[in-house]
Ligand binder design. Sequence first.
Ligand SMILES: Nc1ncnc2c1ncn2[C@@H]1O[C@H](COP(=O)(O)OP(=O)(O)OP(=O)(O)O)[C@@H](O)[C@H]1O
Ligand SMILES: [Mg+2]
Length: 260
Amino acid sequence: MSSPQAAEAEGLIVVRGLEQNFGGVRAVAGVSFSIEKGRITGLIGPNGAGKSTTLDMIAGATRPSAGTISFQGRDITRLAAYQRARLGIVRTFQSSSEFARLTVMENLLVAAPRLRGERLVGALLGRWYWREEEQLAVERARELLRRFEMTAKEDEYAGDLSGGQKRLLEIMRGLMAEPEVLLLDEPMAGVNPSLARRIETYLLELHHSGLTAIMVEHELGTVERLCDPVIVMAEGRVLRQGTMPELRRSREVLDAYLIG
Ligand SMILES: Nc1ncnc2c1ncn2[C@@H]1O[C@H](COP(=O)(O)OP(=O)(O)OP(=O)(O)O)[C@@H](O)[C@H]1O
Ligand SMILES: [Mg+2]
């Protein structure tokens, strides 16, 4: 027997009736969907559809005007962004958010979780304990740099990177936190086609090693190669959900977005 509740319980993230009003603007007007573990779920739709606002609400950057968000079966609607990040919900931004005057390595280290340090025992054990934690973070950062072919940039200032390399750093910073679910807002925006393909390859590899993500993306070829399922939003609502080939056959989706 599978009741609607049982089906929902399977979702890693379940949003129900999400709304966001900015003054008079209904940016998100009642959105419900379920995100499954181990999948990259695409979020597409025309400009102003409410995609980024939906990600903001899931990340906790803004409180919904109405609706609920649950994560691993727990209601997180009232948790602050940092509390959600601690649970493993980590977002990247549509524009890069690196610290220009820190090196690439330093940018990665400040994005590492400090879970052990928050415990009293960390303070009591003192400096060697911190060093061990830092060493693990450095190793993780180096592994990401290798994976993203950025090893040579480790000691450069983040502010000196190219636009495309900043996008890579943004994704690596998200991954430093070892997220349960990564929220990607247009991770390839403004990068050249060859780097976009590289980012795609990296995300596909991460997907194969179990990454769960929600990805907002305009380039539909990329969405088709990376995302299943795909949620189409328009005017603050979910129009349809399906695989990209299914959506391409949908009259409603074609009218609202694909050729609209
Ligand atoms: N802080 C805000 N204050 C007022 N209106 C906002 C705010 N943020 C977003 N909006 C409005 O809400 C609507 C949805 O915006 P949102 O950024 O979520 O769309 P989007 O789907 O991410 O679009 P894009 O593809 O252009 O990034 C738009 O009409 C936008 O102008
Ligand atoms: Mg957006």
